[in-house]
Ligand binder design. Structure first.
Ligand code: CA
Length: 222
């Protein structure tokens, strides 16, 4: 899942990025409103974390422009303490949730998980597919209750295929969600991750089908 973090406080931005990356998210960052607005106009994200007090272009304006173009991207706003007005206008402008600074990292992570999940149409922290279970909170996958040994990227691919079970997921879509500006991955890499995943899922009879020219399909369970 790919997130955009727009925050001008460098220390906070770097700290949040580190912890989100550690939790398995792919993160792009913007240090002012203009950068954020530009990124959001060319790239789809699974979540926007938006500080309201941004230089060059105010966070509320970034949000207003985003909502004008796209209603769907979940948005978590970060506001300074005591600014009830900001929170209210943020929600009025179409934010989904907010956090007041200073906040606890674990609380941010919990809200991020909830919003990303909701954005994907999943409603619980645990997703099941036959003998396969994916736990978003711990970012672990289990097969018949035994932990599966997956790399972060393999887990990323599996997560997307499970969320879209029954639909064909294009390689471009996988590349898009698993890359960020600094580290792009190519179609070849996706093929390698899928190949490794297949080997690990095969014993349980779970198949990832290749739909030639289109992408991959994890069959919906009957
Ligand atoms: Ca700020």
């Amino acid at each position: 899942m790919r997130l955009m973090l727009a925050e001008d406080d460098m220390v906070l931005r770097d700290g949040l990025t580190r912890s989100l990356v550690q939790s398995g998210y792919v993160v792009d960052t913007a240090s002012n409103g203009q950068e954020a607005d530009h990124a959001l106009s060319v790239q789809n994200y699974d979540l926007l974390i938006l500080d309201l007090g941004l230089p060059k272009l105010d966070g509320l304006e970034v949000l207003r422009r985003l909502r004008f173009r796209d209603k769907a991207t979940p948005v978590l706003i970060l506001t300074a303490r005591d600014s009830i007005e900001d929170r209210v206008s943020g929600l009025d402008f179409g934010a989904d949730d907010y956090l007041t600074k200073p906040f606890d990292l674990s609380e941010l992570e919990a809200r991020v998980r909830a919003l990303v999940r909701r954005g994907q149409g999943a409603h619980s922290n645990v997703m099941r597919h036959g003998p396969l279970t994916l736990n978003f909170a711990g970012r672990r996958a289990y097969m018949n209750d035994q932990p599966l040994d997956l790399s972060a990227r393999e887990l990323g691919v599996l997560e997307i295929l499970m969320m879209k079970a029954g639909q064909v997921v294009g390689k471009d879509q996988l590349v898009d969600k698993l890359s960020n500006w600094e580290e792009g991955i190519g179609h070849n890499a996706i093929e390698v991750y899928v190949h490794r995943l297949r080997k690990k899922l095969e014993p349980a009879g779970i198949q990832i089908r290749t739909i030639r020219g289109l992408g991959y399909l994890l069959e919906k369970e009957q």
